[in-house]
Design a protein. Structure first.
Length: 546
């Protein structure tokens, strides 16, 4: 049974058991005390009755008027509660009695009435205790009686009478035996015992009900509320609160429970926040590692392509220079020949085309050499604002022709230790790409916008170039720093501008990153140390920044 396992039930069972035992012993003691009190009162009454009989019959016995003694004994014997009166002489013969059948009968000294003075063997006891003079016995009808034996002593004034044949040295002349019925006493004891038992049962039930209600209100209900609260907290409902109704230990426990749930809720919130923060940090570090991995792959590709470009550039430079030179010489010679005008014009145009293509190949070779050499440059402290202003002045007209506005924002005029020409080359390359990424709309009222900003942040200068162009996909964004990768149409670029810009920023021990999405424009972010910690004028191996 579930209720039998509760603390309230066990406490109630303990209290009920203790009160039942206590009430049982209390009732038993009360009944014993009541019975003892009644018997003491009865004994006192018997002593008084015996004394009254002795005093009432004294004069008649002194005058030897036996009829008067018989009448007195008979009158007293008729009183309610008197079961019998007898006077024994020294030989044990009944000389007076309420029952005529007992008169002149001799009692055996081993009988119950005589054993108090004579013992079981019939001999007289040397001393007799007062308690031995009383007895309780049951009659033939089952009714109990209480008897008391009072010795009739041979007083000096009695010894000289002619009616006494006993000598003066005899101390006991006879015995007065008074018997009182205990029927009324037994009825009163039984009634008192029944009342006491009934009151004890009623008291036990009342105490049980009161204690049960008290335990239910003070123990069971608060503990039940605590258990329900604990179950709700175990289910994750940390916003559950208890209402302390008392100031005792259970009320204090409820308040401690509320404090505990508040602490648990705060701890869970903190853990959730830490988990979310940790997840964000893990994602951030993952993205940083991915960027570092992409940069490392780019660096490795650029290193390999740089070595290849250097070799190819040296091998192609001389033949291309010869082709360009001889194309120009042949053009001059043919122009001095006497050829038909149409043939001369066609031949000169063909030679010019060969020269232009050779020149374009030469420019490609020149860019390859710039990309492959990774020269350090001349580093000096320069205000970034001056570099930004110069780049804006160079490209402002080109931007205005395409209805593109340029907005620049330069923070504190901090000096950056760098090669200003190389940084200018990087900014111009980024700005040209941004302008060309925004569609030309010279007739529209509002075109694209190009934002440049330079803001110091700790030990670095953060430079951003943001456009409102078409943006790039993730696949394109992952390859923009690769040499010879371009999204421009054929003949408008060879894909070395961003690769060269990447190498320049790496040689400045900075970083360059791009953020873009289709239809949301592109943002290039560069970080340049305010001061170079090593000799930056020497060529350095390109290493990705974390």
């Amino acid at each position: 049974m579930k209720l039998a396992r509760t603390i309230a039930f066990r406490l109630f069972l303990l209290i009920a058991t203790l009160q039942t035992v206590i009430l049982f012993f209390l009732a038993y003691g009360t009944i014993s005390v009541q019975q003892s009190t009644l018997m003491d009162q009865l004994k006192t009454n018997l002593v008084r009755i015996s004394d009254i009989i002795a005093r009432s019959t004294r004069h008649s016995m002194m005058q030897n008027r036996k009829e008067d003694v018989h009448e007195i004994i008979a009158s007293i014997g008729r009183e309610p509660g008197i079961a019998g009166l007898r006077i024994y002489n020294k030989a044990g013969t009944v000389v007076f009695g309420t029952s005529s059948a007992d008169v002149n009968t001799t009692v055996d000294r081993r009988a119950e009435v005589c054993v108090s003075c004579h013992g079981a063997d019939g001999r007289a006891r040397p001393t007799v205790e007062p308690a031995m003079l009383t007895r309780i016995f049951s009659g033939p009808d089952g009714v109990r009686s209480f008897g008391m034996v009072t010795p009739i002593r041979n007083e000096p004034e009695c010894a000289g009478r002619d009616c006494h044949a006993s000598p003066a040295d005899m101390s006991i002349l006879g015995v007065l035996d008074v018997q009182v019925s205990l029927a009324q006493v037994d009825r009163e004891l039984a009634a008192g015992r029944n009342r006491l038992i009934a009151l004890s049962v009623i008291a036990a039930l009342a105490v049980g009900l009161i204690s049960g209600a008290f335990i239910w209100m003070v123990v069971r209900r608060p503990v039940k509320r605590l258990m329900v609260g604990m179950d709700m907290v175990a289910d994750g409902k940390l916003d559950h609160r208890l209402t302390p109704r008392t100031r005792d230990e259970i009320g204090q426990l409820a308040r401690r429970f509320n404090d505990m749930t508040e602490d648990l809720a705060a701890a869970r919130k903190e853990l959730t926040e830490w988990s979310r923060t940790l997840e964000e940090r893990v994602n951030e570090k993952t993205r940083a590692l991915e960027r570092a991995h992409r940069q490392m792959v780019t660096v490795e590709k650029m290193a390999s392509l740089g070595n290849l470009a250097s070799s190819v550039a040296h091998e192609l430079n001389n033949p291309l220079e010869g082709i360009l030179t001889f194309a120009k010489l042949l053009s001059k010679r043919i122009s001095r020949m006497n050829l038909p005008p149409e043939e001369l014009k066609s031949t000169v145009e063909d030679l010019a085309l060969v020269a232009d293509e050779a020149q374009r190949c030469g420019d490609i070779v020149k860019n390859l050499l710039v990309f492959a050499r990774q020269k350090g440059g001349s580093f000096q402290p320069v205000p970034v604002g001056e570099i930004v202003d110069r780049c804006v002045r160079l490209l402002r007209h080109h931007a205005e022709m395409r209805n593109i506005s340029i907005r620049q924002e330069v923070g504190n005029p901090d000096l950056v230790e760098c090669d200003p020409h190389q940084i200018e080359q990087v900014l111009i390359a980024l700005m040209m790409n941004a302008i060309e990424a925004m569609p030309a709309n010279p007739s529209a009222g509002a075109g694209g916008r190009l934002d440049l900003s330079a803001t110091p942040s700790g030990e670095v200068m953060v430079v951003r170039v943001r456009d409102t162009g078409t943006g790039m996909s993730e696949e394109t964004l992952a390859r923009i720093f690769e040499p010879f990768f371009t999204t421009k149409s054929e003949g408008k670029g060879v894909g070395l501008g961003l690769a060269i810009a990447y190498g320049i920023i790496e040689r400045h021990r900075g970083t360059i990153e791009a953020e873009s999405a289709p239809g949301r424009g592109t943002t290039f972010t560069m970080t340049l140390p305010l001061k170079q910690t090593t000799d930056a004028s020497r060529p350095l191996a390109a290493t990705p920044q974390p």
